[in-house]
Ligand binder design. Structure first.
Ligand SMILES: [Zn+2]
Length: 363
């Protein structure tokens, strides 16, 4: 289920708002009403959430602008209340460029915070907000609003510079380690530190605030996934699709009956198939769709999906790895000089990774 809201494209990148932003707005409205807030205080708080939102967008645009300067395309930006996650193409960026791309985001918030610091009386507002919190929160003036925008931007700089991968600080640490170490080692150190900080956040969250628990889980699992991705990519580099592909695959013709396919599923272990006619790949048969049409008297051509991606036998496995894992297609035909010679899916790629891990680390 895709619950992230797509809000358009900026600098070629798809902008998505993470569902937690909406959760934050609902939470703030409920919280405000519970403590006896008025319409004006609810609106003031919603305006603050929108200010966080804009702060995060500007932060991400800082990254995207710098990435563009180095010829790196930002494909997708997901906006979260604590920052954004940008996806870059290519995934591997020289460490010196990555350092500048990473710093460009917090730099935008730092500039905004400094501009506000010198234009509004931060000191007196700050003292006031602690000595007479009620007064400050009760008067929803423009100056108070600017004071909170200052706090938001300063907060975005501080939170994002924590060395907790995937936050910017963690990415910076990885890029710095990358200058001296191998990428896989650098990622391992940075993500491990990220997970340690995440556990600290989790404990603080249990003691003080549930929002910290959410941040902790986000950091922990992102660090885990990124580390796994980099370790796998490193392991697969230099190996071709041909080495890992399935050779014994059953293919069908467009005019075959779906009964024939169902019988093959029952009598064997294959569940997805390639449809071929006179040496050309015509489509893919997906397990779910086969089952859906199994009781009907139809031909393979009516059930197959004519839109599909293929991979080349000599492609590097580290390059096709993200495609095979992220794409909704489950089975990829492997071609060599235009001919079908095998297939690859996540199951046999996982098996290949497991075998390579054994061979490499002699576990
Ligand atoms: Zn950032």
């Amino acid at each position: 289920m895709n619950v992230n809201l797509n809000i358009g494209r900026v600098l070629g990148a798809q902008l998505k708002v993470h569902w937690t932003f909406f959760l934050l707005i609902i939470w703030i409205v409920v919280h405000e009403l519970q403590r006896g807030g008025y319409a004006s205080s609810v609106l003031f708080n919603i305006a603050l959430v929108l200010a966080i939102f804009i702060g995060v967008i500007l932060h991400e645009l800082g990254h995207a602008f710098m990435a563009k300067r180095f010829g790196v395309r930002t494909t997708k930006i997901t906006l979260l209340p604590i920052g954004g996650i940008a996806h870059w193409n290519p995934r591997e960026i020289p460490p010196k460029h990555e350092i500048l791309i990473v710093l460009a985001g917090p730099f935008v918030n730092l500039v905004l915070a400094l501009l506000l610091y010198f234009t509004i009386p931060i000191h007196s507002l700050y003292r006031q907000s602690f000595t007479d919190a009620y007064e400050v929160f009760a008067s929803f003036s423009f100056q108070n609003f600017l004071f909170f925008i200052f706090l938001i931007n300063a907060g975005l700089v501080l939170v994002n510079m924590l060395p907790a991968f995937p936050l910017d600080g963690g990415r910076l640490l990885r890029a710095l380690l990358d200058l001296r170490l191998k990428p896989a080692k650098a990622t391992q150190i940075a993500t491990s530190l990220g997970q340690v900080i995440a556990i600290a956040f989790l404990l603080l969250g249990l003691l003080y605030h549930p929002v910290l628990i959410f941040i902790a889980l986000f950091i922990f699992f992102s660090a885990y996934t990124e580390n796994l991705n980099v370790q796998h990519t490193t392991l697969l580099k230099g190996h071709t699709v041909e080495e890992a592909m399935l050779l014994n695959i059953t293919t069908f013709k467009p005019k075959d009956s779906i009964d024939l396919v169902v019988n093959t599923i029952i009598s064997g272990t294959e569940i997805n198939f390639i449809v071929v006619e006179s040496g050309h790949i015509k489509g893919l048969l997906n397990h779910g769709k086969i089952i859906e049409h199994s009781a009907k008297n139809v031909l393979v051509e009516a059930v197959m999906d004519p839109e599909f991606k293929t991979v080349n036998a000599l492609d590097d496995l580290s390059v096709v790895y993200p495609l095979i894992y992220a794409h909704k297609q489950t089975l990829f035909p492997v071609v060599h000089q235009g001919r079908l010679i095998g297939a690859i899916d996540t199951i046999n790629l996982n098996e290949y990774i497991a075998l390579q891990t054994k061979l490499t680390y002699k576990l």
